[in-house]
Design a binder for this molecule. Sequence first.
Ligand code: ADP
Ligand code: MG
Length: 545
Amino acid sequence: MSKSELERFREMSVAEFFAKYREVAGFSNPVRALYQTVRELVENSLDATDGHGIAPEVRIYIERIDSDRGWCRVTVEDNGIGVPPTVMPEAFGKVLFSSKYVLRQTRGMYGLGVKAAVLYGQVTTGNPVEVQSTTRGSSYIYAKKLYIDMKRNEPVILEEAQFKKNVSWHGTRVSLIIECDWQRAKSRILEYIRRTAIIAPYADILIQTPDGEVLYFPRTTKKMPKPPKTAKPHPHGVDVETLKTMLKATKAKTLLEFLEVEFQSVGRQSALEFLKSIGLRPTMKPKQLLRGENGALVVAMVEAMRSFKFRAPRSDCLSPLGEELIKVGLKRMFNPEWVDAVTRPPRAYQGHPFIVEVGMAYGGSIQPSEEPLLLRYANKIPLLYEEREDVSYKVLSDVNWKQYDVEMPAPLVVLVHVVSTKVPYKGVGKESISDVPELEAEIRNGVLELARRLKRFISAKEREAEVMRKILVLSKYIPEIARSLKVLSKDPGSWKPLEPGEERDIVDALVSLVARNIELPRRGDDSGRSVEDLIRSIISEVRVS
Ligand code: ADP
Ligand code: MG
């Protein structure tokens, strides 16, 4: 074989990979890249705040620094827990380095987001990332300028400094210079921020645009969702490699103890039953399992764990928003005539716990459209791209709205929020969710439950409109009829023209007669509107006009 026929092999680092195939992480062009940069930075800021019980204050500044070349500086500042100086270089300069590789609901999960943005900045403008950060207890603010050595996937620090802290601020400020297209990214970015404000009404968000505009979304509630706890793995969710790692690392002396201590949802009784079902001694040493040929024992154990009936995964590692906050967010943005929300009970797919929340808003300032406006969220992140690929879109397109008395085009908004320790995204750009059957079923349950409530509202509203028409007609005639009755009932001998208001007693009698025979349909939101008051107010208006 001649030399030229041989293929040339070499290894590529993960940093090089994401720099080269940046579209994989959502950085496909200057429009998407700007959107994705803002998103990754904002999501890190929100994780560092609401994920730790801090009411978020997030400031986003986008400045044009070279309009010929389309360069922007994107800066995001937060009041979060901050990044300790020792891990700062890797957190911002090593792809797949993260504090979120634990079983807890977070927005980030791949350890990629901010580094994908840093790499993009690096390859398009050659500029490093600038980070300033200070943790809650620290008396210094640490500042570093760094870039990523792509061949080695390691941070390279260009400049660093530390300043004595004379402010009470704790948090992080990240600044990047990237090639971007603000004009075309503008509407998506603002929509992203708006939708973030819907799902996090307890956050205080400000964005300054290259056009010099400042958009401010003040917090509308002090109520915050409970921060998620970190959970142990559920036996249904582990694979062969994970189990091997756990067996190697455990301090447990026996298999029984291993199962009880290292997993969630496994009690002594179920551990004993499980071991019996696969014929393993409870007193066996965990490391012994690793000895079988090709890990055969580990594989067998994983398979058995999947099919054994353990308790369902715990859901305290999840932080759903709650029905109240969803309604607050939807009301603020759409000022709807009707709004409702439901948080479904926790469920699991492949050992990963999840909760589905659905919100629905109707009427008011919502623009009617042929399809309901779908607001998708995962772990409190708004998802804007790839709508048609998403499981929620699939569920919505199966709904026959006519059946729920909704005539399209209708002013209808549907919000779907999925929270999980592992959201089954279709790609690392985190834009759409796969149609995992358990998830799809829960979304459908939530949507249909609210659709039924909406139907009740719409039919009550229609009935009410009908009754109102009746009341209006009757009210208009009451003064006329009262007057004629008064005239007729007068003693003809003593006849003289009626004084104004002389027929009042008959009006009163007629009003209560009508009121007694008409009932307004209950709408749930109205309290104590009486038919009698309604008629009186109509009569007085008719008189005046
Ligand atoms: P991920 O968010 O998936 O973990 P990133 O690359 O976006 O990956 O971030 C890496 C890590 O850097 C995070 O896990 C977090 O520990 C830290 N980090 C990034 N931004 C911030 C911030 N604004 N505040 C606190 N920590 C941050
Ligand atoms: Mg992140």
